[in-house]
Design a protein around this ligand. Structure first.
Ligand SMILES: N[C@@H](CCC(=O)N[C@@H](CS)C(=O)NCC(=O)O)C(=O)O
Length: 252
């Protein structure tokens, strides 16, 4: 049995899958794509993943796309290290978190990530090249072209911040009863959101959660997990790739 993960070191969706693979103790080969050169947009890669995004998992001859689908697939396949509640209702509650994070936090964190860090990749392009790059993105065309060469507006940044703050407040309320993890036991719900919280530190936005005591304790607990440390190898943080960005120290 073999696993090949097409992903990018800094991609939060990829980080989710790396954490899950390490938690399960599954060896995998990592293929790193350069998302700013457009490795994810080649015809060859789109045969694997027609959405033109990472991650994609190859399990022997099977292709699985979408980070949350991949982590649920791995969890079903290898239940010996359970990362989901045992009961249907418990799993339903876990999926509520997964869908909420995908709908709210995952799109929101892209806005400051692009504005503060990724925008620079497109500065040297001509307008025609920029539009052609955007047009070649099956899923992210509108998001990308809306950003334009100047980045998202202050208003869009404020909306993204408020969606991230809402996510963190909801986590804080859930953790309020002294439970160590979102569902009590450690699960895919925790794995799904930790890369976003790490990203907030990395782009100097930890003020969104530094006052949240329970989220802070949850974060500190996560730092002790070997799977997290292994998944965040050097180059996974934007501050490791881009020397000039301002970083917040992890809050603990
Ligand atoms: N719902 C998808 C979203 C994947 C996604 O947006 N991946 C980003 C990196 S985190 C990407 O590949 N972006 C490349 C692009 O926008 O061209 C998943 O969770 O796998």
């Amino acid at each position: 049995m073999s696993f090949v993960l097409y992903n990018a070191p800094q991609s939060t969706c990829s980080q989710k899958v790396r954490i899950c693979l390490w938690e399960k103790g599954l060896p995998f080969t990592e293929k790193k794509l350069d998302l700013f050169k457009g490795d994810q947009l080649t015809a060859e890669y789109k045969q694997l993943n027609p959405n033109g995004v990472v991650p994609t998992l190859l399990h022997d001859d099977e292709i699985i796309i979408d980070s949350s689908v991949i982590i649920e697939y791995l969890d079903e396949l290898f239940p010996e290290v359970p990362l989901s509640p045992a009961t249907p209702i418990g799993r339903a509650h876990m999926r509520e978190w997964l869908r909420f994070f995908e709908e709210v936090a995952a799109p929101a964190v892209r806005v400051p990530s692009y504005n503060r860090v990724f925008l620079r990749h497109f500065q040297a392009m001509t307008d025609e090249e920029f539009i052609a790059f955007g047009e070649s993105k099956p899923l992210r065309k509108d998001f990308f072209l809306k950003m334009g060469r100047k980045g998202y507006s202050d208003d869009e940044m404020r909306q993204a911040e408020s969606r991230l703050a809402m996510t963190i407040e909801r986590m804080e309320r859930r953790l309020d009863d002294g439970r160590p993890w979102l569902l009590g036991e450690y699960s895919l719900a925790d794995i799904c959101i930790i890369p976003v919280i790490i990203r907030l530190n990395d782009i100097s936005m930890s003020h969104l959660w530094s006052a949240q005591r329970h989220v802070g304790a949850w974060f500190a607990r996560f730092q002790e997990r070997e799977a997290l440390q292994k998944s965040f190898y050097f180059g996974s943080l934007l501050s490791e790739q881009y020397g000039d960005i301002e970083v917040n120290k992890p809050v603990s």
